[in-house]
Design a protein around this ligand. Structure first.
Ligand code: PLP
Length: 464
């Protein structure tokens, strides 16, 4: 029997008995049926009961070129036959990962020309931090170990990545590294004190950063890590000039700037990397994953500047010190072949230009949803957006009933054929980059109808 021949109930039963999912709610009894996805094509996905959905979240911010691309299947199959794997350790390599390193160096700004491959975004973040520590030890500044991150950030689910992440709801019964990791406020334009101007708000965030550095001692701070737009934390767009100002502070105190482009990389903001064209900065390292292969294979990477690498390699290499960071599957030939084909498809189909063209339309159309009383704000940039529900009228923080509102809208969206990602009071949207204006109109229409139905339901429950 083929796995797809099982009924939804049978698949659910196996899964519920044996799988531990990421972000599993351990208390939830199986009251609501599981969503079992079995097929994808273009911007659509299909469940095990043959229901069709517009995938408003690209799987998990990743299937940028859309589902079911035959060219991807062919290139992956060919690489499996040719050379499925060989060790990447030390001086061993394969032609595919070497080529992808060169291609990534060309796509990243400035002198970011040194690539270490990982198998995930978390691995890329871990590797960036480990590189920062190795670098400062190697150049004789071993006390530079501290890392500054932000509240509401998300940097992965490894021990280090989870410790860097600042979302309160993600911090549960685990242990976290706290001795060298610090969190400062992340930007939240919606929930900020509206009595201060945007530029004063930006300055406040930058001042808090500098204050934190001085508190720890600049001689102890190794790096700052930031998502260009905080994705999982709620599509939080920084005030104008924020990244530039934060980068200047880093330069002032010899602190490395790690830009986590795991979500924003590979076209979501209309560029392969947003660092230079959108934020006008050249960071010391960029981390990426997700859209790197459009989810066709698991792959991540950290791209490091020559300036850093040259100080610790060749004649400058520290004595008898191997860079002992990396994975069995770093530079996996099949994953790298998928990434190369993905980049080729993105270039041939002009997907970055396409996103720059239709992105503003998406954000504009989302704005029309602000007419509904349960919507507090819609925000985003290009194909990275969210709807924030607010029925409590509390601008300082989302309340329980705002979250119920978002969950109710989410349930109606699913019924009407649209997958969005609920998180607290938010409905997060990150559709495949191949969508066009007609699909955008469909997404907005389903959202509008779901919001209307949710409003009726919330009123009948006495929540509004
Ligand atoms: N960094 C950012 C900004 C992310 O959004 C994510 C995942 O959502 C990660 C890192 C971790 O990536 P992964 O889940 O591939 O380990």
């Amino acid at each position: 029997m083929c796995t797809t021949d099982y009924t939804t109930k049978e698949i659910s039963a196996k899964d519920r008995r044996h799988t531990l999912h990421p972000w599993a709610d351990l208390a939830t009894a199986p009251v609501k049926g599981d969503l079992v996805m079995t097929k994808g094509s273009g911007h659509h996905v299909y469940d095990s009961d043959q229901n069709k959905y517009i995938d408003g979240i690209s799987g998990m911010w990743c299937v940028n070129i859309g589902y079911g691309r035959k060219e991807m299947a062919e290139v992956i199959a060919k690489q499996v036959e040719e050379l499925v794997y060989y060790s990447p350790f030390g001086a061993m390599t394969n032609p595919i990962s070497a080529e992808l390193s060169e291609v990534l160096s060309e796509l990243t700004p400035g002198d970011l020309n040194r690539v270490q491959f990982t198998t995930s975004g978390s691995g890329a973040v871990d590797s960036a931090i480990r590189f920062a520590h190795f670098y400062f030890n190697a150049i004789g500044k071993p006390e530079k170990t501290h890392i500054i991150s932000r509240t509401e950030s998300y940097h992965g689910s490894s021990y280090l990545g989870a410790s860097l992440s600042g979302k309160k709801v993600d911090r549960t019964y685990f242990h976290y590294m706290t001795d060298i990791i610090h969190h400062i406020s992340g930007p939240n334009l919606y929930r900020r004190n509206e009595n201060i101007s945007m530029s004063a708000y930006c300055q406040q965030l930058v001042d808090e950063f500098e204050q934190k550095i001085l508190e720890i001692g600049p001689e102890n701070v190794a790096c700052f890590i930031a998502e260009p737009i905080m994705g999982s934390g709620g599509v939080l767009i920084p005030p104008p000039g924020y990244h530039k100002e934060m980068k200047l502070i880093c330069e002032k105190y010899d602190i490395l700037y790690i830009l986590d482009e795991v979500v924003t990389g590979f076209g979501r903001l209309g560029h392969f990397f947003s660092a230079e064209p959108v934020w006008e900065i050249i960071p010391d390292m960029i981390t990426c994953a997700k859209g790197l292969t459009s989810g066709y294979q698991p792959l991540g990477a950290v791209i490091i500047s020559d300036k850093l690498f040259d100080q610790i390699s060749g004649d400058n290499a520290p004595e008898a010190a191997y860079f002992t960071n990396g994975y069995t599957y770093s530079g996996h030939p099949v994953a790298c072949a998928a990434a190369l084909k993905n980049i080729e498809i993105m270039k041939c189909d002009n997907l970055c230009e396409h996103v720059r063209d239709i992105g503003p339309y998406f954000i504009e159309q989302l704005k029309t949803l602000e007419q509904y009383e349960i919507v507090g704000e819609t925000r985003g940039s290009h194909l990275m957006a969210c709807v924030e529900c607010n029925i409590s009228s509390n601008k300082a923080a989302a309340e329980e009933k705002d979250m119920i509102a978002a969950q109710t809208v989410d349930a109606f969206c699913e019924q009407l054929g649209l997958i969005v990602r609920p998180f607290e009071a938010l409905l997060i949207l990150s559709p495949p980059l191949i969508i066009n204006k007609t699909v955008i109109d469909e997404i907005i229409s389903i959202l509008a109808r779901s919001i209307e139905k949710a409003t009726v339901a919330l009123k009948s429950q006495g929540l509004i």
